[in-house]
Design a protein around this ligand. Structure first.
Ligand code: ZN
Length: 67
């Protein structure tokens, strides 16, 4: 569970699941409220975003080359 006033135990995993919309709605809201005020988690989220985007690009490439 994400508490608004402190970092989650596993911010990378939370950030990845947040970006893939796999968090529970209340976790999503709590994490949104937290990273807005936490530079550590904002950085983690930025790094996770690049990773998720890269995964999406890779998946897209696989789909289009496998035709
Ligand atoms: Zn944090």
């Amino acid at each position: 569970m994400v508490a608004p006033d402190r970092c989650p135990d596993n911010p990378t995993s939370i950030a990845e699941r947040y970006l893939m919309h796999l968090l529970e709605p209340e976790e999503e809201i709590a994490f949104e409220g937290h990273y807005a005020t936490c530079s550590t988690c904002a950085q983690v989220l930025e790094a996770a975003d690049e990773y998720v985007q890269a995964m999406k690009v890779a998946a897209e490439r696989l789909r289009t080359t496998r035709k």
